[in-house]
Write a protein that binds this ligand. Structure first.
Ligand code: NAD
Length: 492
């Protein structure tokens, strides 16, 4: 979406508002942004184009809710009950939310539905975890009893992307709220309707005013204002490495902690003894899901040289059959999120062609896909030279790079040979080798004979190297959204 785009005249436009201090509010200056579906180019909603004034109101509301409001004082079990109620409300509104999610992002409706199931599961998981976050007792000198208590940071600011708006909102707000923080979220201007709607449902579920605020708008305006706000106690960001740098700089100025999740170039390592029948569909799905716009997309397949031709042939067969089309046609993949993202992916492919990297197979775009949609036919490329952009850089689109390796040591070197380290998959029937590689690959999650693109509400998730730092998801996220306080009692 953008601000200077012509508005097609053909649809009902739903107006969404910010959620600040328990109320649905316009931006203070009344400015708005159109929301266009990348499936067909039709504007079907609008959101506030918030400024620093709106962000300031939201942070002050979150501060008051933490310092003196009920959320800051509430027993953990009661916070958990409210979040469980929110999970149930999300499930009750699943079809409405999935429709917003798919139309907003362009993803096929079954993916939108799966995302909402996962979002409800995040709130369920963290609802159950809220009263199970315990500290330690620490043996210390005679006459003293020492313990730690996990304390919420206070006001958490979150800047999140457009690829999985509802899910990423769930993993940030679910964990931060369960731990007793209050939250101000700035979702992406390209896709944020499900996030606003779920913040409305949170009020219905009993999350008190000010505890969970959502401020929509542009990154350089609302996003920059939120990340620089001196009223925050902690920041979390998912998105591009470039903006990640700005977020970390803003956090440094305010001396607060920050979690960064910045994407990857995640490898699937396939040995000649792998069960290809099992591996191939998983490998295809790991790049096609969300049209490749997944931080943990399996975007490189590293193949043992003797099996390269066979794996490439089987993948090409699948790629040739893939079809992209509108969200409600529910095909293999949908549109990319916007024209900028489509142009980015096309640039990578044009460069590959210029550099004579073979394009082994292309899927197709459905014949009836709207002209104004942002479609890219999936592409299988390889063998890709190891230093080529398609072997090193995050494309964030339906492009799968094949690279061959010689032996185990070469596979590990290749897997670790990019600036990223988010997820990896290893495919082999040799269990000991799978574990050896699992231990040596530098990635936040490693799957052996499996792969979960973004998978696992319960599984700690985050990167090494340029993929970022800190962990979200699972119980681990609760440690990042809290800090230990040490309490020492003299009794002797
Ligand atoms: P982005 O990093 O610009 O956007 C992510 C979020 O950051 C959005 O909410 C945006 O409004 C906000 N933002 C942008 N500029 C900001 C600023 N100056 N201060 C504070 N917040 C700001 O991502 P993009 O431009 O939408 O996508 C570019 C590339 O980033 C993609 O092609 C992809 O490679 C990568 N990406 C990764 C993820 C991921 O999940 N890791 C998600 C989205 C994009």
């Amino acid at each position: 979406m953008g601000i200077d785009r012509p508005t097609p005249a053909t649809t009902t436009v739903v107006a969404f508002n910010n959620i600040i201090d328990g109320a649905r509010v316009e931006a203070a200056d009344g400015r708005r942004l159109d929301v266009m579906s990348p499936s067909d180019g039709v504007v079907f909603a609008s959101i506030p184009r918030s400024s620093a004034v709106d962000v300031d109101r939201a942070v002050k509301a979150a501060r008051a809710a933490f310092d003196t409001g009920p959320w800051g004082q509430m027993a953990a079990v009661d916070r958990g009950r409210i979040l469980m109620g929110l999970s149930q409300l999300i499930t009750a509104h699943a079809e409405e939310l999935a429709t917003f999610e798919s139309r907003d992002t362009g993803k096929p409706i079954r993916q939108g539905r799966a995302d909402i199931v996962a979002t409800a599961r995040y709130f369920e998981f963290y609802a159950g975890a809220a009263d199970k976050l315990t500290g330690d007792t620490i043996p210390t000198i005679d006459g003293f009893l020492a313990m730690t208590i996990r304390e919420p940071h206070g006001v958490v600011g979150g800047v999140i992307p457009w690829n999985y708006p509802a899910q990423i909102m769930g993993r940030v707000a679910g964990a931060a709220l369960a731990a007793g923080n209050t939250v101000v979220l700035k979702p992406a201007e390209d896709a944020c309707l499900s996030v606003v709607r779920i913040a409305e449902l949170a009020l219905e579920a009993g999350v008190p005013p000010g505890a969970f605020n959502v401020v929509t708008g542009l990154g350089a305006e609302a996003g920059a204002a939120l990340s620089a706000h001196p009223g925050l106690d902690f920041l979390t960001f998912t998105g591009s490495p470039e903006v990640g740098t700005l977020i970390q700089q803003a956090a440094a100025v305010n001396h607060i902690g920050v979690t960064l999740e910045l994407g990857g170039k995640s490898p699937q390592i396939v040995f000649a003894d792998a069960d290809l029948h099992q591996a191939i569909p998983v490998i295809v799905n790991a790049i096609i899901q969300n049209a490749g716009q997944t931080c943990s997309a399996g975007s490189r397949v590293l193949i043992e040289r003797t099996a390269f031709d066979e794996v490439a042939r089987r993948l090409a067969e699948r790629f040739t059959a893939l079809v992209a089309g509108p969200w409600d046609a529910d095909l293999d993949l949908g549109a990319l999120v916007n024209a900028k993202q489509k142009a980015r992916v096309e640039r990578f492919l044009a460069r590959a062609e210029a550099e004579q990297v073979p394009i082994l197979a292309r899927g197709r775009i459905a014949a009836n896909a709207p002209e104004a949609g942002q479609y890219v036919a999936p592409a299988l490329v390889g063998p890709v030279p190891r230093d080529n952009a398609l072997a090193q850089e995050e494309v964030f689109g339906p492009v799968l790079s094949l690279i061959s390796f010689e032996d185990e040591a070469d596979a590990i070197a290749l897997a670790n040979g990019t600036p990223y380290g988010l997820v990896a998959g290893v495919w082999t029937r040799d269990g000991q080798r799978a574990v050896r590689i699992g231990r040596k690959v530098r990635a936040g999650q490693v799957f052996l004979n499996a792969y979960g693109a973004g998978g696992g509400v319960e599984l700690p998730f985050g990167g090494f190297k340029k993929s970022g730092h800190g962990r979200e998801k699972g119980f681990e996220a609760l440690h990042h959204f809290t800090a230990p306080k040490t309490l020492v009692i003299k009794h002797g």
